[in-house]
Design a protein around this ligand. Structure first.
Ligand code: DC
Length: 230
């Protein structure tokens, strides 16, 4: 295992890809191993979606979402050993994972005002991260941090992704999970503003037949290679 080197220059790692590719587990573990901060940008989009639902805003009404996008105060804690997320001071780590938020997050995150607001938060956190940061999401390499030192795009077959998600959501139906996941990816990939996409200079890693440990090692090696070439 690579030991965190506190004297190494700050490194910014962007990890993008659809859900169920192992993005969160990989990003967190890489950040822990390398002593970097960690940001789950999906959690931020889920948090703003939770706030909209909690405040009775119709998530099918893009102009209502746009008008409210600046209101919630979303704060992300970037310690990979214990990432946190609060909205107006309330811990929402649990509520943002409900089926209702999951079903509505694509519509909310497609609104340009929401993306502008959250992108600003993400860039500020990346700027402030001493030593560097691993940022995971859908548009990090393409839009949020186009100058990242390393960009990784994780993929996996829809079957593998659904099986992983069903394992996380204990006892859920794999076929229903696959349908929901494919639908959400289609919405995230086809929206106008910063869709889910692989940056031209991203390294694509197909995780279908890899264990989590293998994916983590692959990304740690890629970071090491980047640092050696700096
Ligand atoms: O990673 P996740 O499943 O928690 O992400 C939830 C949703 O947030 C996802 O369906 C699309 C949106 N998202 C986004 O639009 N851009 C990002 N950088 C991260 C997530």
């Amino acid at each position: 295992m690579e030991i965190a080197d506190r004297t190494a220059p700050a490194v910014i790692v962007a990890i993008d890809g659809p859900s169920g590719t192992g993005k969160s587990s990989t990003s967190k573990a890489v950040a822990v191993q390398l002593g970097l901060s960690y940001l789950d940008t999906g959690a931020q989009y889920r948090a703003i979606t939770w706030w909209m639902v909690h405040n009775g805003i119709d998530t099918d009404d893009a102009s209502a979402i746009a008008a409210a996008a600046g209101k919630p105060d979303i704060v992300s804690g970037t310690d990979p050993a214990g990432p946190t997320i609060t909205v107006d001071g309330t811990d929402v780590a649990g509520p943002i994972r409900t089926a209702e938020v999951t079903a509505k997050v694509s519509a909310v995150s497609a609104v340009p005002e929401v993306r502008a607001r959250i992108t600003e938060l993400q860039r500020a956190l990346a700027r402030e991260a001493v030593g560097g940061i691993v940022v995971e999401g859908r548009d990090i390499g393409t839009t949020v941090l186009p100058d990242a030192d390393l960009k990784v795009f994780l993929t996996a077959s829809p079957e593998a992704r659904a099986a992983r998600r069903s394992g996380e959501l204990k006892g859920s139906d794999v076929h229903a999970t696959r349908e929901a996941l494919v639908k959400r990816d289609a919405a995230d990939s086809s929206r106008k503003t910063s869709p889910l996409a692989k940056a031209d200079d991203a390294v694509e890693v197909d995780t279908t037949d890899l264990t989590l440990q293998q994916v983590i090692e692959c990304v740690v090696t890629l970071v090491g290679e980047k640092r050696a070439g700096q």
